[in-house]
Design a protein around this ligand. Structure first.
Ligand code: ADQ
Length: 464
């Protein structure tokens, strides 16, 4: 088996309160051996390219510090203010600045230069996500002939939205340097194919082979999963049981509805609160029988749109609680904190409804974690946005349009009243999918496909 070099913006091997992506990549690296390379998260006054190697929980990591200007232009700028909103269909929030695009190119050149000595001839190189679109091309420009794959964790936007980005064409062309590009769903893959065929004259065959001029590379839909066994075991752990009891006792017999999301405008939190408020208004008999526990740790706090969503949500939760709360009941408990994974598992298990309603999401791992943490004898109900990538694999959830307060309200009513047999039937089908297409399945499918790709023939590519 070839060694794996994973390259991503942040490196977070090890246990604790990690995101789903970190868990996925640590598992793949433990199996293959190799190195996880990326930004340390630290700032330095001048970029030196010094690599800090560590061994964390069976995974070798190599990290590099970035200069303040790189962090501002590449990370806060192009990645978080330009690409993230655009790729989540929010051109109203996307900021197009040449300095951001320049910083993005510079940081990717620096990553390529620094990672170069770590790559050995037989290694598979697996680049992750929208921070690093041009990295493959930068590695090729430095003579790397290894198989290089790229996986996109967020949606690929429709062609006409992408066209608003000044660097759209060059950015997409830079992706042709990879041998394999993975998307979570057919929908994102088709959006990419649509752009490439209309703007770059590419053709795609039935097996996903894309040809553009001299270049041939493969596109696959490969949905990421969770470590389902590990998560089910976490749900049975002492810490999860303790948390389950605490949360259950605090609900004093009420039905708990849970939302767990990074505080991000793509997650549809305002729309979710409005849907829940509608439910309270339309179902007065259920009032005081339910509580919404929304856990949303702040992220990307230096970006204005994130500060705005935080204060909007605080205002909305305050207004809804002010209008509906009684002496012994508040409708929304809104918590801005991160929790360890075993505690989260306990929270999911104590909640009879999992409310996962992003406006747009590449996949969404919370939906899968919620399912994996349930009690098989008495499982809760998953309400899932039809605009999350996860909806393609999870048709047995109650699928809703997250923009519609009425649909969220109806689904809440249905979930709360759902008979146990139906809950078990739906959960079993969901759990089978979560177990079968887990994170090991995902990484194996991607790395097998990458291994099968022919060695690249590198052409010259326009630079962004
Ligand atoms: P994210 O946008 O971060 O990931 P998601 O897939 O839901 O979204 O993963 C979030 C992770 O963070 C989950 O594992 C969750 O448990 C964890 N988390 C959330 N709130 C937490 C809290 N309060 N405490 C501790 N942990 C918390 C991006 C894409 C997704 C895609 C993933 C993986 O946006 O669409 O599913 O990458 O590809």
């Amino acid at each position: 088996m070839s060694r794996l070099i994973v390259i991503s913006n942040r490196v977070s091997a090890g246990g604790g309160a990690q995101g789903g992506l970190a868990v996925a990549l640590s598992a793949a690296l433990r199996e293959h051996g190799g190195i996880w390379f990326g930004w340390s998260g630290n700032e330095t006054s001048e970029f030196t390219g010094h690599i800090n190697m560590e061994r964390i929980d069976g995974v070798t990591t190599a990290t590099v510090d970035l200069e303040e200007q790189d962090i501002e232009e590449y990370y806060d700028g192009y990645a978080n203010r330009t690409l993230w909103p655009l790729f989540h269909y929010r051109i109203d929030l996307a900021e197009y600045e040449r300095s951001f695009a320049d910083g993005y190119r510079r940081a990717n050149e620096r990553f390529a230069e620094t990672a170069l000595p770590l790559i050995e001839p037989d290694d598979l190189v697996w680049v992750q996500d929208y921070h690093m679109f041009p990295l493959g091309r930068e590695l090729r420009a430095r003579g790397v002939e290894n198989r290089i794959g790229f996986f996109l964790h967020i949606p690929w936007p429709p062609r006409r939205l992408l066209a608003t980005l000044p660097e759209a064409r060059a950015l997409t062309e830079s992706l042709l340097a990879y041998d394999l590009i993975g998307f979570h769903t057919d929908e994102w893959l088709q959006s990419f194919g649509d752009y490439v065929s209309h703007e770059l004259g590419g053709t795609i065959d039935d097996d996903g082979w894309l040809t553009v001029g001299e270049r041939r590379l493969r596109l696959i839909a490969c949905p990421v999963g969770i470590d389902a066994k590990e998560f089910a075991a976490l749900a049975a752990s002492e810490k999860a049981r303790e948390t389950f009891e605490r949360v259950r006792v605090s609900a004093v017999g009420r039905t708990l509805i849970v939302g767990v999301d990074r505080l991000d405008y793509s997650k549809g939190l305002e729309e979710r609160f409005l849907g829940y408020e509608r439910f309270l208004t339309e179902h007065p008999e259920e009032r005081k029988e339910v509580t919404l526990l929304q856990i949303a740790p702040p992220s990307r706090g230096t970006v204005d749109s994130y500060q705005r969503i935080r204060s909007n949500l605080e205002g909305l939760a305050g207004r809804i609680n002010g209008a509906h709360a009684g002496l012994d009941w508040v409708p929304i408990r809104y918590v801005n904190q991160g929790y360890t994974r075993d505690m989260l598992a306990g929270v999911y298990r104590a909640s009879k409804v999992g409310l996962v309603t992003p406006l747009r999401d590449g996949m969404n791992l919370v939906a899968k974690e919620y399912v994996a943490a349930q009690d098989p004898e008495d499982p809760g109900v998953l309400i899932l946005s039809r605009f999350a990538g996860a909806a393609e694999q999870m048709p047995e959830a109650l699928l809703v349009n997250p923009h519609s307060a009425e649909e969220i309200s109806d689904a809440l009513g249905r979930a709360i009243r759902m008979p146990r047999e139906e809950r078990i039937r739906r959960w079993r089908a969901l759990m089978n999918g979560v177990e079968e297409q887990d994170v090991m399945w995902w990484s194996k499918r991607f790395t097998d496909a990458l291994q099968d790709c022919q060695q690249p023939t590198c052409g010259t590519m326009e630079r962004i």
